[in-house]
Design a protein around this ligand. Structure first.
Ligand code: ADP
Ligand code: MG
Length: 578
């Protein structure tokens, strides 16, 4: 069996009992539905056409039976409606969790190429439709199959000719339905793409709403949005047009069939080959024959919706994280913090230009080194190879002599701490954000980390101290405060290897001074790589490494490099001799 089908069915597994119960109820409910016209026929034919003296009591008995059937049928319907939907929702929730967990594992190079809003659509809208299919799909098939086949057999036995007359219409009707059905489905699929585009745009816009307003670009953004919004609207209009054609056409067919039954039935009654009770039975069963075709769009729509949702779900699930544990991945223990790059070359996915070319660099445990070089040369990239955000194309990155590819990702990343220029804080309290560095940290540990990061004093001055809500991405804090929270977070994590990537570049002089103190406290007794834009901040580093287009071309102390009078001296003079 195709793997995707297998996977599709596998989500039923935890709920098989519920599934069988719901399907049994659908079966019983549809079976009972078939009986009402038969019972009506029994009243109109077998009771009313015979001895009327006992008719009333017989009618009461039949009506009593009908009432019992109504109760059973509706109990079944309740089970189908409630438990069926519940089952669908539980399956959907399982899938949503699976996809979210999968998202957590996908690598940086995947996210480099994706729009967040689109990824969100897959976890929300797409799966919503899928749960409908999981539940209604099998149930509808059972329901319509039983009704259609049952009605056909019953009518055929009552009057074969009239039944066949009705059946002349059905193929025509089916062809018509299939044609418009396809159109509706295409439109629906387009709708889904369009709404994902809208999601992506709204997400991007709201995340950057402050930039939008600071540029006064509200109208520009609104126009961009109108464009997407209109595309969605057009797509929906097209869909509705096809749907309207479809349902109007279907109604015409139903009316034609009804008229045919009345005309042919009338003729047959005149010729005494049919009686009035049979005609009534026919009229009552027409709906049962037509319903499956009428609901064809609905059912296939649901099917299509669900299947596209499932395909989109699987597309994501089938993307393997490009960076994952090797089969013999080991845990790092008692890390010293030696970091080595051996003939490392790297270029980003789908990008021919090589960012790093045959770089070799050795950093000893506890060293504090500075990495400088022109902007865009690959400093951030080089550092991102240590925690394996990306894998090298050639060469090796080693920690304590072990290739990072042989270390479990979890253990590798636990041992590397990064402080970046643009801090990402999560919506929530100060406490929660610091705790991110060590989820099981006690409050005392958190406060100690905040003190080490020079953050404690400003935190207790906040309206609710450690319980202060910092707003989405920490908007309620200043740049320096955010940076100190991010440093506290790393203090708590307590990794032996540190990377400061332009950690103070965005700060004013005063904040820079405080943050620098925090960083220096953090760096104590750890292997530290500092990428600095402001060269004044790394002047005292014992070892400065200069990265250029030709690789690492200079290395030494500030004075040595100035004396060399090459790239470093050039960068330094640009900053200070203006
Ligand atoms: P630096 O930190 O030295 O300023 P980076 O390491 O950030 O430079 O970038 C090095 C080069 O790689 C740049 O040309 C940049 O455009 C490119 N680059 C950086 N990140 C990515 C990415 N995620 N995908 C593709 N190219 C990237
Ligand atoms: Mg950088």
């Amino acid at each position: 069996m195709n793997n995707r089908i297998k996977k599709f069915l596998s989500y039923y597994k935890p709920y098989l009992r519920l599934f069988y119960t719901v399907m049994a109820c659908a079966l019983v409910g549809s079976g009972i539905a078939l009986l009402y016209p038969l019972l009506t026929r029994y009243i109109t034919k077998d009771i009313l056409e015979n001895d009327l003296s006992s008719a009333l009591s017989q009618i009461y008995i039949v009506c009593g039976i009908m009432l019992v059937l109504v109760v059973i049928q509706n109990l079944c319907q309740f089970v189908v409606d409630y438990h069926g939907h519940k089952m669908g929702a539980m399956m959907e929730s399982d899938m949503r969790r699976e996809l979210f967990e999968h998202y957590q594992k996908l690598s940086f190079n995947f996210y480099d190429t994706q729009k967040t809003g689109q990824l969100m659509s897959r976890v929300t809208n797409d799966l919503l439709l899928l749960s409908e299919l999981y539940h209604h799909g099998p149930e509808d098939y059972i329901k319509y199959f039983i009704k259609f086949v049952g009605a056909f057999i019953i009518l055929f036995f009552i009057n074969a000719k009239l039944t066949l007359a009705i059946f002349c219409f059905l193929p025509l009707m089916a062809v018509f339905a299939l044609y418009f059905n396809k159109k509706v489905n295409i439109a629906l699929r387009r709708n889904k793409d369009r709404i994902a585009d809208i999601n992506a745009q709204v997400e991007d816009n709201l995340s950057g709403i402050r930039v939008v307003q600071s540029f006064g670009n509200e109208d520009y953004e609104a126009n961009k949005f109108h464009y997407e919004n209109n595309r969605f609207l057009e797509s929906r209009k097209n869909g509705y047009k096809s749907e309207a054609y479809f349902s109007t056409g279907m109604d015409i067919f139903v009316q034609l069939i009804t008229i045919t039954v009345i005309v042919f039935g009338g003729i047959n009654i005149v010729h005494a080959s049919l009686d009035l009770a049979d005609l009534i039975t026919f009229l009552l069963y027409i709906a049962y024959l037509i319903e499956p075709i009428q609901k064809l769009t609905h059912v296939t729509m649901q099917f299509q919706d669900g299947i596209t949702g499932f395909d989109r779900f699987m597309e994501m699930l089938e993307i393997e994280p490009s960076i994952k544990d090797s089969s013999n991945a080991m845990e790092l223990k008692n890390v010293q913090g030696d970091v080595q790059f051996q003939n490392v070359s790297f270029n980003y996915n789908g990008n021919n230009r090589s960012v790093l070319n045959n770089i070799s660099l050795e950093i000893n445990s506890g060293d504090y080194i500075a990495l400088v070089g022109p902007s865009g040369i690959g400093k951030t990239t080089l550092c991102s190879l240590i925690p394996r955000f990306y894998d090298v194309n050639a060469g090796e990155v080693l920690i304590d002599g072990i290739n990072v590819k042989d270390i479990s990702l979890h253990s590798l990343r636990r041992n590397v701490g990064i402080v970046q220029q643009d801090v990402y804080l999560f919506a929530g309290t100060v406490l929660e954000n610091i705790r991110y560095g060590k989820p099981d940290a006690t409050k005392e540990e958190i406060i100690a980390a905040a003190k080490n990061a020079n953050a404690h004093d400003f935190i207790i001055a906040l309206p609710n101290g450690y319980e202060t809500d910092i707003g989405q991405r920490g908007v309620k804090l200043s740049g320096g405060q955010k940076q100190r929270l991010s440093i506290a977070r790393v203090f708590l994590k307590n990794p032996p290897i540190l990377i400061f990537d332009e950690a103070t570049s965005a700060l004013d002089n005063e904040s820079e001074k405080i943050v620098k103190e925090s960083l220096e406290a953090l760096a104590k007794n750890r292997t530290t790589i500092v990428i600095a834009h402001r060269l004044s901040t790394i002047r005292n580093a014992k070892r400065i490494i200069v990265l250029t287009d030709d690789g690492i071309t200079e290395e030494g102390t500030h004075e040595e490099l100035l004396a060399l009078d090459r790239t470093y001296a050039h960068l330094y003079n640009m900053q200070f001799v203006i």
